[in-house]
Write a protein that binds this ligand. Structure first.
Ligand SMILES: Cc1cc2nc3c(=O)[nH]c(=O)nc-3n(C[C@H](O)[C@H](O)[C@H](O)COP(=O)(O)O)c2cc1C
Length: 171
């Protein structure tokens, strides 16, 4: 697989930083003990904090991928041109119940800088977790908004991660 290293800030001109994640989705993928798991995500942000170029992702505590992210301390974000069907599959099956979900996804696992991604991907960000915090209902200013957003009270865990490298996956 051929990749082109990008300037990290270039990703914001490829993926609209406000609505790109929401509309296009992406995969959060991490590896633990030689096993890989991924989930589909639509919430998130690119940013600048602590003099680092960062991504922020919001992962609910019950996600199996979270265990991989926490063990590895690193994860990737992979953006695709299309492949909505595969992302819908990965976003509606948990590795907890479907241990071979990665094989069944139809995507081809590969690695960039030792971190898992996909040959079918378009852009991949290699990310190192800097800060992890569970959201708390009492910290939402409007309790009705918190209740409407998290009716099952499975408040997201927020991960702020340094983007260590960005690549375009060339076809
Ligand atoms: C379009 C879409 C967006 C999603 N966004 C998120 C998200 O931002 N955070 C999250 O925790 N789950 C999100 N999910 C749900 C997870 O992808 C889904 O629960 C997945 O099956 C979890 O897999 P896992 O348990 O193997 O990690 C989204 C699902 C879809 C289809």
């Amino acid at each position: 697989m051929k990749t082109r290293k990008m300037e990290i800030s270039e990703i914001a001109s490829k993926i609209d930083p406000i609505v790109g994640m929401r509309d296009q989705w992406y995969l959060v993928t991490a590896e633990k003990d030689g096993r890989v798991n991924a989930l589909t995500a639509a919430w998130g942000a690119f940013g600048n904090v602590w003099e680092k170029k960062t991504v922020t992702v919001y992962i609910r505590p019950q996600r199996y991928t979270k265990q991989f992210m926490d063990a590895a301390g690193r994860f990737t974000l992979t953006f695709f041109d299309g492949h909505q069907q595969e992302m819908m599959y990965l976003g509606s099956h948990s590795g907890k119940d479907t241990p071979d979900k990665m094989e069944k996804s139809g995507l081809t696992l590969t690695h960039v800088d030792g971190e898992p991604t996909y040959e079918e991907g378009q852009y991949v960000l290699v990310c190192k977790t800097l800060y992890r915090q569970a959201q708390k209902p009492e910290n939402f200013i409007d309790p009705a908004f918190a209740e409407a957003t998290f009716p099952d009270h499975d408040y997201s865990v927020m991960y702020v991660a340094e983007i260590e490298a960005a690549y375009e996956i060339e076809k």
